[in-house]
Write a protein that binds this ligand. Structure first.
Ligand code: IPE
Ligand code: IPE
Ligand code: MG
Length: 264
């Protein structure tokens, strides 16, 4: 444990963050990074604070990471903020989480506009409380013409729900004679998902030590590179993101084939 701590601090002392960023920019960056922001509750519990204090702290990490991802030159950042299963949590926690977008965007929207960030949202918007919908819609509208980083919030998002909706729309189109059975393809299904305007994630990060997908982008992650870290989301910072990006840049993405020089 101590060794690990020493190694970690040596690493950050030896290469400053700015330099790491510059180095990474010389190589292929992940165009789309998706993050399962997990561990807010445990962060709070460790400090004997209520779980919502962890969510509040996690919101600060969202700002920090969005700003930095934009600086690095990432094109799309998808953040899993609330799953279709998170309604199972205590009412008070759910209500707090549904207030967070307003608080986040209330203080941060001007900066997002200035940084040329475009806010998008995927998930079942209809069943969100009115006040949450309003805050998110305002951010989407006011950043619609920005062409920098796309900040895509997965809010009330569930991948199975997304796939069911897509399949049901396609079935209806077939039934009504607008789509022929032979036209059903991977591309057609992809075009019915909530990510239809986005590239697929190149890198998936999950914080807090959990190693599962929790109903997140099951279709889109087919060939994504995964990065799991024990760091809790409120503790995740710029250097943690650089760790993930640097590791990604060492990977060999084969997509089932071989790289040049790997064949006989
Ligand atoms: C992630 O943190 C935020 C949401 C799921 C909304 P958690 O609230 O899941 O934190 P843990 O996993 O209980 O520590
Ligand atoms: C996944 O985290 C959802 C979000 C990060 C928004 P959870 O904390 O809800 O996932 P499980 O319950 O541990 O699988
Ligand atoms: Mg969790």
């Amino acid at each position: 444990m101590l060794n690990k701590l020493i190694r970690k601090s040596e690493k950050s002392i030896s290469i400053p963050l700015g330099k790491r960023k510059e180095n990474a920019q010389q190589e292929q960056l992940p165009g789309h990074i998706a993050i399962i922001m997990d561990g807010n509750g445990r962060w709070a519990k460790k400090r004997a604070l209520p779980r919502i204090a962890g969510h509040h702290e996690g919101m600060k990490t969202v700002k920090k990471i969005t700003r930095f991802a934009n600086e690095v030159g990432i094109k799309v950042l998808t953040l899993y903020a609330f799953s279709t299963e998170n309604w199972k949590r205590p009412k008070m926690e759910v209500e707090f989480l549904m207030r967070l977008p307003e608080e986040f965007l209330g203080t941060y929207l001007p900066e997002l506009i200035e940084q040329n960030v475009q806010v998008q949202m995927m998930g079942n918007i209809e069943s969100l409380p009115e006040h949450t919908k309003r805050a998110v819609q305002k951010a989407i509208d006011q950043t619609a013409t920005n062409d920098g980083l796309i900040l895509n919030f997965a809010l009330n998002y569930g991948s199975r729900d997304e796939i069911v909706q897509a399949v049901s729309k396609i079935a209806r189109d077939v039934q009504e004679g607008n789509v022929a059975l032979e036209e059903i393809s991977e591309a057609l299904l992809s075009n019915h998902l909530m990510t239809k305007n986005l590239s697929e994630p190149d890198l998936l990060i999950r914080t807090s030590g959990e190693v599962r997908l929790s109903n997140f982008m099951l279709w889109q992650l087919a060939y994504t590179e995964f990065w799991f870290t024990d760091t809790l989301w409120p503790d995740f910072d710029e250097s943690c993101l650089m760790d993930a990006i640097e590791n990604y840049q060492k990977r060999n993405r084969r997509y089932g084939g071989l790289k040049e020089g790997e064949g006989n």
